[in-house]
Design a protein around this ligand. Structure first.
Ligand SMILES: Cc1cc2nc3c(=O)[nH]c(=O)nc-3n(C[C@H](O)[C@H](O)[C@H](O)COP(=O)(O)OP(=O)(O)OC[C@H]3O[C@@H](n4cnc5c(N)ncnc54)[C@H](O)[C@@H]3O)c2cc1C
Length: 275
């Protein structure tokens, strides 16, 4: 289907982008367009103005801050995360980015667009909750930071409100991270995903089972600092019963509950094994 007529702006600075977004209620940021253009074609969204972020070099790139801590510009693409040396400082980022869809989607799709669309099946929301990332949001009245568990508010809803831009994502020091997924076909959409990061204790987040990533807090507590197979498996028991996932053509709610337990264990074990 052809797009409805829409105005287009390509600002040269973040300030100008914020001015354009703030000046029109119907303005939307355009990053890689991999979600937004598709929902516009389907007439599920119909912005009046697209504010293209492509020329905002300030929002692009990865900075290695040391000890596995990295800063990701919102306009960094999945392909950049796969090949960027600085992203290698936290290797889970490239590993997960490389599992998303296909090379065309990865070349255009950005980490900022991935989290700002907050499709519950996207790979990065649970990963960034497990990594305890911080999101920097800029608006007309300045800048604020939001922890990952407060950034995701609902399906397609995040703490980055109208007229605001996500500018960067900061990952604290660490490096023992794991990700596990059952997808629809190889590198396809997630049926259930799980991410874990071990830093003293374990942080585990499950994706595709609710509108936002779900922390497996009871499992984390039961694991404590013992990452042995036996302890991790025992800790995951009962996780499924705490979840209320959807049932659809790809999986029943019960199967998703089962997968959540299996994948949470796999994610923690993968994190433990990471060198
Ligand atoms: C065929 C296909 C398969 C896919 N499969 C997967 C998958 O399996 N797993 C997965 O994780 N992802 C998947 N994706 C999603 C893809 O990885 C992109 O992350 C996603 O499409 C959005 O990124 P984008 O840069 O294209 O954002 P856009 O489509 O340009 O924007 C998406 C939304 O975010 C807003 N936005 C973008 N950047 C900002 C910003 N900096 N500040 C504020 N708001 C912003 C836009 O206004 C828009 O509402 C798939 C996409 C396609 C087309």
């Amino acid at each position: 289907m052809l797009l409805r007529e829409v105005e287009y702006a390509r600002p040269a600075s973040v300030q100008e982008a914020l001015r354009l977004l703030g000046a029109n209620d119907g303005a939307r940021a355009l990053a890689g367009g991999q979600t937004l253009i598709n929902v516009m074609k389907a007439r599920a969204a119909s912005p009046d103005v697209l504010v293209d972020l492509q020329d905002l070099d300030d929002l692009r790139g990865v900075r290695d801050l040391g000890n596995g801590s990295v800063e990701l510009g919102a306009m960094t693409t999945c392909s950049q995360l796969v090949r960027d040396e600085a992203a290698g400082a936290r290797s889970i980022l490239g590993e997960v980015a490389g599992r998303i869809a296909d090379v065309q989607v990865r070349n255009r799709g950005t980490i900022g667009g991935n989290v700002c669309s907050n499709d519950p099946t996207n790979h990065f929301p649970p990963l960034l909750v497990a990594l305890d990332a911080t999101f920097t949001i800029r608006g007309a009245h300045g800048e604020r930071t939001v922890p990952a568990h407060e950034f995701f508010l609902g399906v397609y809803m995040t703490a980055a409100g109208p007229g605001e831009l996500l500018t960067k994502i900061t990952i604290p020091p660490g490096g023992q991270d794991g990700f596990a997924a059952v997808t629809i076909g190889k590198d396809g959409t997630g049926i259930v995903t799980a991410a874990a990061s071990l830093n003293g204790g374990a942080r585990v987040a499950i994706g595709c089972v609710d509108a936002v990533p779900v922390r497996a807090s009871a499992m984390e507590e039961r694991i404590g600092a013992d990452f042995s197979d036996e302890r991790v498996r025992a800790a995951a028991e009962g996780l499924g019963a705490t979840l209320d996932p959807p049932s659809d053509v790809h999986a029943s709610a019960d199967y998703r509950r089962h997968l959540a337990e299996v994948l949470a264990v796999r994610a923690v074990v993968a994190a433990r094994e990471r060198r």
